[in-house]
Design a protein around this ligand. Structure first.
Ligand code: HEC
Length: 104
């Protein structure tokens, strides 16, 4: 009996840690690149990804210098992919910005 309780607590702790790790995910170039190739970005349901129109980030090499980069990214998500805008401070948006900064 006691053993089962301990086991249940251990599982609860492990599950809890799993969700905490997800919430604490930090923005990264790698995640940005993954999203750049993700057709479901912004909840889009089509087949297009950023990559479809900007292969390997072609033409976006200087976009990171644009102070409106986040708005442009959202514009492409909404107009080109029929998705929904990403919150400016989301891990997704910050990762996409890092990915643009890595293009040179
Ligand atoms: C259906 C094609 C299409 C898709 C999909 C698309 N874009 Fe675009 N994007 C364009 C066009 C067209 C322009 C405007 C012309 C240009 O600058 O290439 C543009 C412009 C941009 C620019 C500004 C370029 C500059 O001049 O600095 C950025 C940044 C950008 N897109 C990022 C993205 C990202 C990130 C995604 C994925 C969320 C994406 N795009 C998806 C077609 C697309």
């Amino acid at each position: 009996m006691m053993k089962n309780v301990k086991m249940a607590m251990l599982i609860a702790v492990m599950v809890g840690m799993g969700t905490a790790a997800q919430a604490a995910q930090t923005p990264s170039v790698e995640y940005g690149e993954k999203l750049f190739n993700d057709p479901s970005l912004g909840g889009a349901t089509g087949t297009k990804t950023c990559e479809s129109c900007h292969p390997d980030g072609a033409g976006l090499e200087f976009s990171a210098k644009n102070p409106k980069l986040a708005e442009i990214i959202n514009m492409c998500i909404v107009r080109a992919m029929k998705g929904e805008e990403l919150p400016m401070d989301s891990v997704e948006m910050q990762s996409l910005i890092l990915y643009h900064k890595s293009l040179k």
